[in-house]
Design a protein around this ligand. Structure first.
Ligand SMILES: *Cc1c(COP(=O)(O)O)cnc(C)c1O
Length: 397
């Protein structure tokens, strides 16, 4: 059994704050500052360039990849860290399209995150070979997987509604129609146990600063299924994805397997922070995590529905159809979120009217949920949001 009292102790949450935004940026692991400081002083400070060998910085992207593999159900040596999620989406998509050279359709849904769609649009323009990004409603994806689809590019959990796609079913349908599947796990990795190998995903990508708690700017990961690992051609051919980076060849030749998805110099400081979060993750059973996540989010949902009738549930009601967030719609949602923040409850807002609340069992418990419901109830009943200072939009919502 996972000890969620222990995991809670491993994170720093400011006094008086109830943090319901771990779906956007996870909390600071208490051991991260020491780890990063030690890395800077003892490795960077003392070893300088020799740290790449002496402290294993060069292997860090695959070492961490193997640790994340358990959380997403990937085989060992098929996950690597680097760059940002947007870049990893581009990489996966470019590779998948070259594996389906006779097809022209990239299928995604209207609930996908804009950056994923922009990457598909940019790549399509760059290739200039008549590719089409076809968008359908999330509920219509399965029926839209036809024999002209090269690749399905789907984010498993919708960033606004929290709706979760059926990965094994959609992947099976894609394969039946001869298409490849790319899964974006931005709101899945660390939200519940994913099974990319069992689900048959061809490619998967995700970020580490949301549920995984790697900190702002923590790099993304990419998974390539074993059957594609030696065939996928990386469009972003960087020197660290080369078979022999230190031969300094003038011609690119891809590295073995997942190594070829590396691009350039890895962010060592950032990955050191991420490694301290993984120390905690190593102690977490993903079935326990899912059970806790459902308990906490159901408790919140019930409390809000009972006390705040103006808020409209925007997430699926059935917990198994959600990731680890619950969203509500309200016309003045932005102002409500600002009022909540001023009372110490941190959620976030997505245009046009969606209030999001993330549930992260590693550092949240029932008491937090009950207190958050009580504060939200007070904000709604007293219309505490209805003041000009909560109406002005900040840059980051
Ligand atoms: C958070 C998120 C991103 C962000 O991409 P970055 O390159 O890390 O900024 C991309 N796609 C999805 C689905 C996300 O949820």
């Amino acid at each position: 059994m996972t000890d969620f009292n222990w995991t809670r102790e491993q994170f720093h949450i400011p006094l008086g704050m109830i943090y319901l935004d771990g779906n956007s940026l996870g909390a600071l692991p208490k051991m991260a500052p020491d780890r990063v400081l030690r890395m800077m002083e003892q490795e960077w400070g003392q070893q300088l360039i020799t740290g790449w060998n002496a402290s294993g910085w060069m292997e860090q992207p695959t070492r961490i990849g193997n640790r994340i593999a358990r959380l997403i159900g990937a085989q060992q040596d098929h996950v690597v860290l680097g760059d940002t999620l947007s870049i990893k989406v581009f990489q996966a998509l470019a590779s998948a399209l070259t594996l389906r050279p006779d097809r022209r359709v990239i299928l995604s849904d209207t609930g996908n995150f804009p950056s994923d769609l922009y990457m598909a649009q940019g790549l399509t323009r760059l290739l200039d070979r008549g590719h089409e990004l076809r968008l359908v409603a999330p509920e219509e994806v399965e029926g839209a997987i036809t024999e002209d689809v090269a690749v399905t590019l789907i984010t498993e959990v919708d960033y606004r509604t929290g709706r979760r796609h059926d990965m094994p079913a959609l992947t099976a349908k894609a394969h039946e129609k001869g298409a490849l599947s790319i899964w974006d796990l931005a709101h899945s990795a660390g939200a519940f146990g994913v099974d990319v190998a069992g689900g048959g995903a061809d490619f998967a990508v995700g970020c580490t600063y949301k549920y995984l708690n790697g900190g702002p700017g923590s790099p993304a990961f990419i998974y390539v299924a074993p059957e594609h690992a030696e065939h996928a051609q990386p469009a972003l051919a960087g020197w660290l994805g080369h078979a022999q980076p230190f031969d300094f060849d003038q011609t690119y030749s891809p590295g073995a397997g997942i190594q070829r998805m590396r691009v350039g110099t890895p962010p060592v400081l950032q990955m050191t922070a991420l490694e301290s979060a993984l120390e905690v993750w190593d102690q977490v059973d993903m079935d326990d995590l899912r059970a806790r996540s459902i308990e906490l989010s159901e408790r919140f949902l019930a409390g809000v529905e009972q006390n705040c009738p103006q808020l409209q549930l925007f997430s699926p009601r059935a917990p198994e159809q959600r990731g680890s967030q619950v969203s509500f719609q309200f016309e003045n949602g932005y102002a409500v979120i600002q009022a909540l923040i001023s009372e110490g409850v941190i959620g976030d807002f997505r245009a046009p009217d969606v209030m999001r609340f993330g549930f992260t069992p590693l550092y949240l418990n029932e008491r937090d949920v009950d207190e958050a419901v009580a504060i939200l109830t007070r904000v709604m009943r007293g219309a505490l949001w209805d003041t000009p200072k909560f109406m002005t939009r900040k840059t980051v919502t």
